[in-house]
Design a protein around this ligand. Structure first.
Ligand code: MG
Length: 408
């Protein structure tokens, strides 16, 4: 038989008023849910999800565990349909549970995480269903950029949004002495993995370790609700040669979009940036953006949020381009073109892809220029207006000596 022991801690953090996270601890089932949605919606969604999950005391197989997550989804969807105030609420759900007598199971929807503590490090077992994670996978963001990205709260899957939900799941070999951490993003957005690992190594008692991690998140800023469940494997049947990540089977949700969608009703025919097809569950952490409460069950791929983002990017690019053009083309300088002195429009050497162009000739050959003016001309003497450049041309002519006095 598997024996597990666990401790947990949860805190609203230092910025938010309420706590929309919920944790579940029973003998063999442990979970963290991070709710989102205004009007207490997030709080309700995460509570409903873990309560439904907690109704099952144990699971025989990974399929059973995944089925329980689907039931949690159904309960959150039902609740949000019953109460208009709760419409649009959703929650992440990350669960670790015993499967039968000799396996552990993990299931995940959203961007809460399960880590396996290792000597000197942490192994992230779950994959975030988030916008930044999809961008990292596409090579459009680095891990470091994702960690501080302003849209890192946007999840691409959540419970409570649609009747269908995509659940990823893993079957693990339990090894006595292993320590797992289930946490909401309020922990890993504030505390570096290396510091989480150090705390787990330092403190034996799971409850004290969870409390220390929550305290570390608050010390680092506490900008989000933070919930941590630490689960220790006390005892388990011997497993031959367990893999380093303990994963013995993986069951990823197959997105519906893998098949062409008929979309006869025009709804739900959308792309999931996470999986290349399927149902989009775009949710925004409610306290970051209260409008998430209005997110419909099925949102079109191009949401108003994406539209505003695109318009803003185009606007900023337009302003930058205009500034560069103004900077590159608004001035004049007097310089040399071949063996003639000319007035250029632009800046000496050009700016980005804007090269200077000859505006007019000065009627002066380089050979005629007074020696004291040559350095200026080689560098290009700059002026704010064409008139000033012309005036300088006249001065050059006055100082010049004709190259051949017999032919002025
Ligand atoms: Mg959170």
């Amino acid at each position: 038989m598997i024996r597990l022991t666990a401790g947990s801690a949860s805190d609203p953090g230092r910025v938010r008023r309420g706590n929309q996270d919920h944790a579940l601890l029973s003998d063999l089932v442990f979970a963290v849910a991070d709710g989102m949605g205004g009007h207490q919606g997030g709080e309700v969604a995460s509570e409903v999800a873990v309560t439904e999950l907690g109704a099952s005391e144990a699971f025989a197989t990974l399929d059973d565990l995944v089925a329980a997550v689907h039931r949690s989804n159904d309960r959150v969807v039902d609740r949000s349909r019953e109460d208009p105030e709760l419409r649009g609420m959703g929650t992440t759900l990350c669960v670790l549970a015993a499967l039968g007598p000799d396996r552990l199971g993990v299931a995940n929807v959203g961007d809460s995480r399960i880590y396996l503590g290792e000597a000197g490090g942490l192994l992230q077992l779950t994959e975030d269903h988030s916008l930044v994670e999809a961008l990292v996978r596409d090579g459009r963001l680095t891990r470091d950029e994702a960690a501080v990205h302003p849209q890192r709260n946007i999840v691409t899957r959540a419970l409570g949004i649609d009747d269908k939900v995509l659940v990823d799941a893993w079957e693990l070999a339990p090894v006595p002495g292993d320590r797992y951490v289930i946490c909401s993003d309020g922990l890993f957005n504030e505390v570096a993995a290396i510091d989480i690992a150090a705390t787990l190594n330092r403190i034996d008692d799971p409850e004290a370790a969870a409390a220390a991690l929550v305290e570390a998140a608050n010390k680092a800023g506490g900008r989000d609700n933070v919930t941590v469940v630490v689960v220790d494997v006390l005892d388990a049947p011997e497993f031959d040669d367990p893999p380093r990540d303990r994963v013995v089977a993986t069951r990823r949700a197959v997105p519906e979009g893998a098949r062409p969608m008929a979309a006869t009703d025009g709804a739900a025919a959308s792309l999931d940036p996470d999986d290349g097809g399927g149902i989009v569950d775009e949710m925004v952490d409610a306290e970051t953006d209260g409008a998430a409460a209005e997110t419909p069950a099925s949102v079109p791929f191009i949401t108003w949020r994406l539209g505003i983002f695109v318009v803003a990017v185009l606007f900023v690019m337009g302003v930058l381009l205009t500034s560069v053009v103004l900077y590159a083309r608004s001035t004049y300088y007097v310089g040399i073109d071949g063996d003639e002195v000319v007035v250029y429009r632009g800046r000496p050497g050009g700016v980005l892809w804007f090269d200077p162009t000859v505006e007019e000739e000065v009627s002066l050959r380089v050979a005629e220029v007074d020696e004291s003016d040559l350095d200026d001309l080689l560098d290009g003497r700059e002026f704010d207006s064409l008139d000033e450049a012309r005036q300088y041309g006249v001065e050059l002519q006055l100082r010049a000596e004709p190259a051949d006095p017999s032919n002025p």
